[in-house]
Design a protein. Structure first.
Lengths: 364, 283
């Protein structure tokens, strides 16, 4: 019943531009899967989705839904439904008419339209609003109408283009869970675009990270977190972000602010330069007494106490990508601002990347 | 001396008097000719041309009776209604579809077309009468209503196309895309989504096209000859021959002409509401 979606070296070059917005994207989406496309703005994630929707021409390559090649089909012939970032509700139609519009155009009998709209309204808690116009709804309700319009269609694929970005922070979190739960229940293949890596991590079965139109890595959220394929993915996934810095390598160890951080043999063997990009997440840092092997001093700038955990922002006398270093520390006993503390990187949680290519180097 | 500070919604007495005097002046200037024509239409001919000025002088509807029964006025009136309605229908159909195409699609010659529409607006009617007359003569359309409808459309369509294109541009493209996903082709999108949202723009267009044809004189005189083909603008000229203007008939006719135009405006203004697209999209 569920349908796979395949991007087969699909590219999109905008007229008048020489660099492709999406550069030969290869992506297989499993039947019933919730796949999230994530990346910074301008990375081509929305363009990829619009290519799948048929709103954007495919310059080269192919896109398949199920076993149908839809590369040059019109949107209406693709059997997809889309939730727009702006919701794009029809302002002159009521909520019920908005949700049943596609069925009405397709010539479905009135009784069937009513039944399906009623079902969707029930699922989305929209029953009291069916006769209202969109302008009489709140942002969250409009978002649900946009969802309802997609659900009523019972399409082969759902496409969602940053559907939560217009909601306030709290509503975003609850709607996030609702959408994910709804998708699991309906079992309809879904492609979801967001720039928010937290949304990507929490909602997706798998996450595809894009940068400059090029697919960086597709993997399950934890896999992305634990084994990023390159420095970009490493820095993009995770909040607070991974600490990334370029360090000199001498005798099998990286020099971090005067301290020698030993590198695994596999890493040094794969090194081609005298420098390495090291990545370590905030929780990969361990506060240790001064003088411990591999410990480096950090001057505390800010401490963020969140109750359940605390983050410490400090400066390191070395070239970090982000001038600040973030460490997770035990809550309720954070070091004072201005003090100097010593950290050690947990060896099994160390990431290493090539300075020239940014590709991950083996660490074991 | 403590004076209560003025709130945002309040004005000083002087400002208030000045404002109302100005508005009153504007109203008088706007209404005077209309009211004067109306009052004159109730007077006998001798009273209209009399040097003594009175608001009422033996008021009666005699002028109206004579215009409606003793002249060709009803025929002209009907001709004008037919010509204006056809101009409105054809003009709106053409400018709405053209405006939508210019607003939403890219096609070769798009810029050229826009310029062409703009440039045709720059020629005064006086210059265009002769060439259009020649065209109409070649088409065998002289002394027909069709010649007027076509001529009026050449005036109204370019302007209305620009105006509607501007209006369509304010309707978010996301709605077109949502419609495309919902299974609508360009024509259905136009019909079911764009047109209902463009009601205010269409109302203005309807009114404009109607007026273009309703009171027009120059083309009407040039292209129609026989008395039963004349429209109001051309017909009324017969009431003002060079030496013996029939003010009684003219004023009564003028009042009658105002009625349909007012009626069209009444229906058009009902659709002049803002915020039709509110709530559809956000961000």
């Amino acid at each position: 019943m569920s349908t796979p979606v395949v991007f087969d070296a699909a590219s999109r070059v905008y007229p008048g531009s020489s660099t492709p917005a999406v550069d030969s994207l290869d992506l297989e989406i499993q039947p019933g899967e919730f796949l999230v496309l994530v990346g910074p703005s301008g990375c081509g994630k929305s363009t990829s989705l619009r290519m799948l929707a048929g709103l954007e021409d495919v310059t080269s390559g192919a896109i398949r839904i199920g076993d149908r090649d839809v590369t040059h089909l019109r949107p209406k012939d693709r059997d997809i439904a889309m939730v727009f970032q702006s919701y794009a509700l029809y302002p002159h139609l009521t909520v019920g008419e908005n949700m049943g519009f596609a069925l009405k155009i397709a010539g479905a009998p009135k009784s069937e339209i009513q039944a399906r709209v009623a079902d969707a309204a029930k699922v989305l808690d929209l029953e009291p609003y069916l006769d209202r116009k969109p302008k009489a709804l709140s942002g969250g309700q409009r978002q649900r109408v946009a969802m309802g319009r997609a659900i009523v269609r019972e399409p082969q694929v759902f496409l969602m283009d940053e559907p939560l970005s217009n909601l306030d922070a709290k509503l975003r979190v609850s709607t996030r869970t609702q959408i994910a739960a709804l998708q699991r229940r309906l079992g309809i293949t879904t492609v979801y675009v967001t720039h928010d890596q937290v949304e990507a991590m929490t909602m997706g079965d798998r996450v595809a990270v894009l940068k400059d139109g090029v697919l960086q890595q597709v993997a399950a959220p934890l896999e992305l977190y634990d084994r990023p394929a390159n420095a970009f993915v490493a820095g993009f996934i995770g909040s607070p972000a991974m600490n990334l810095g370029t360090f000199r390598v001498e005798d099998g160890a990286a020099l971090v602010a005067g301290a020698r951080v030993p590198l695994p043999r596999a890493t040094t063997a794969a090194l081609t330069e005298g420098e390495v990009v090291l990545g370590f997440r905030p929780e990969a840092l361990e506060m240790v007494p001064a003088g411990t092997e591999g410990a480096f001093p950090v001057e505390v700038l800010v401490a963020e106490e969140l109750g359940s955990e605390a983050f410490l922002y400090g400066t390191l006398a070395a070239e970090l990508k982000d001038p600040q270093l973030v460490a997770r520390v035990a809550p309720r006993s954070v070091p004072e601002k201005g003090s100097t503390v010593h950290f050690r990187i947990l060896p099994e949680r160390l990431h290493a990347f090539s300075v020239s290519t940014g590709e991950a180097l083996p660490t074991s | 001396m403590s004076r209560r500070p003025r709130g945002r919604e309040e004005r000083s007495i002087v400002a208030s008097i000045g404002l109302h005097a100005t508005l009153l002046g504007a109203v008088v200037i706007a209404l005077f000719p209309v009211v004067w024509v109306f009052l004159a239409s109730l007077k006998p001919k001798s009273a209209i041309q009399s040097s003594e000025i009175a608001l009422f002088d033996q008021p009666s509807l005699e002028n109206y009776r004579r215009v409606l029964l003793d002249t060709s006025f009803p025929t002209w009136f009907l001709n004008s209604v037919v010509v204006a309605l056809f101009t409105m229908a054809i003009g709106m159909a053409m400018s709405a579809t053209a405006g939508y195409a210019l607003s939403r699609f890219n096609f070769p010659g798009k810029r050229g077309l826009m310029w062409l529409f703009l440039i045709t607006q720059m020629f005064p009617v006086a210059i265009l009468i002769v060439p259009i007359y020649t065209i109409m003569a070649n088409l065998g359309l002289i002394d027909t209503k069709a010649s007027l409808v076509i001529a009026y459309c050449t005036v109204a369509v370019p302007f209305c196309t620009w105006m509607l294109r501007g209006y369509f541009d304010t309707i978010p493209r996301d709605l077109d895309e949502a419609a495309a996903i919902d299974g609508l082709g360009p024509f259905k999108t136009f019909w079911y989504v764009i047109l209902p949202l463009a009601r205010p723009g269409l109302a203005v267009t309807a009114f404009y096209t109607f007026l273009t044809a309703w009171g027009e004189v120059a083309y009407a005189i040039a292209f129609t000859l026989s008395d039963d083909k004349l429209t109001l603008g051309a017909g009324l000229q017969q009431f003002v021959p060079q030496f013996n203007p029939q003010w009684d008939l003219l004023t009564a006719g003028a009042v009658l002409i105002m009625l349909p135009a007012s009626l069209v405006f009444y229906f058009a203004q009902k659709h002049l509401v803002a915020g039709l697209t509110a709530g559809g999209t956000k961000g």
